[in-house]
Design a protein. Structure first.
Length: 146
């Protein structure tokens, strides 16, 4: 009986460790905002959920998804992906259910933000270039594109 109990305790501890060690999936979108109607062939219009978050807060007429990457991040580890030749995003899971998002431009850290894993979406960046601007959206739900 003690052996069965010991096995059940070990199994329970093992299952708990695996649950804690599950990776968290994030979706990173590089968004171009512009008043121009012209877009690159590979760009896609953003989905309705993201549009409802960006349009009331920013003045731009059009928002295009330039690229999208999926990151799977383990607790205590960092995951980094390139969004385009100049921009990269790095996400690290920190203690107490927090994540730290780091944005790099041309290899240099330009912004970082700490978010609760309960937060569904983070919008960072916003650098203006001529008549355009860009944002990086990091979210937990898979983006929908119209």
């Amino acid at each position: 009986m003690k052996t069965v109990f010991a096995l059940l305790v070990c199994f329970g501890v093992s299952a708990a460790c695996r649950a804690e060690g599950q990776p968290v999936v994030f979706y990173a979108q590089l968004i171009r905002a512009t008043d121009r109607d012209v877009q690159e062939a590979a760009w896609k219009p953003i989905g309705p959920k993201l549009s409802s978050r960006l349009c009331p807060k920013f003045r731009w007429k059009n928002y295009w998804e330039v690229s999208r990457q999926t990151l799977s991040v383990q607790s205590g580890m960092k995951s980094r992906v390139r969004l385009n030749p100049e921009r990269e995003i790095e996400i690290e899971l920190r203690g107490e259910g927090d994540s730290e998002i780091r944005l790099f431009t041309a290899g240099k850290l330009v912004q970082k933000s700490r978010q609760s894993l309960q937060s569904k979406m983070s919008i960072i960046g916003g650098t203006r270039e001529n008549e355009d601007s860009w944002f990086v959206v990091v979210r937990r739900d898979k983006p929908a594109i119209d």
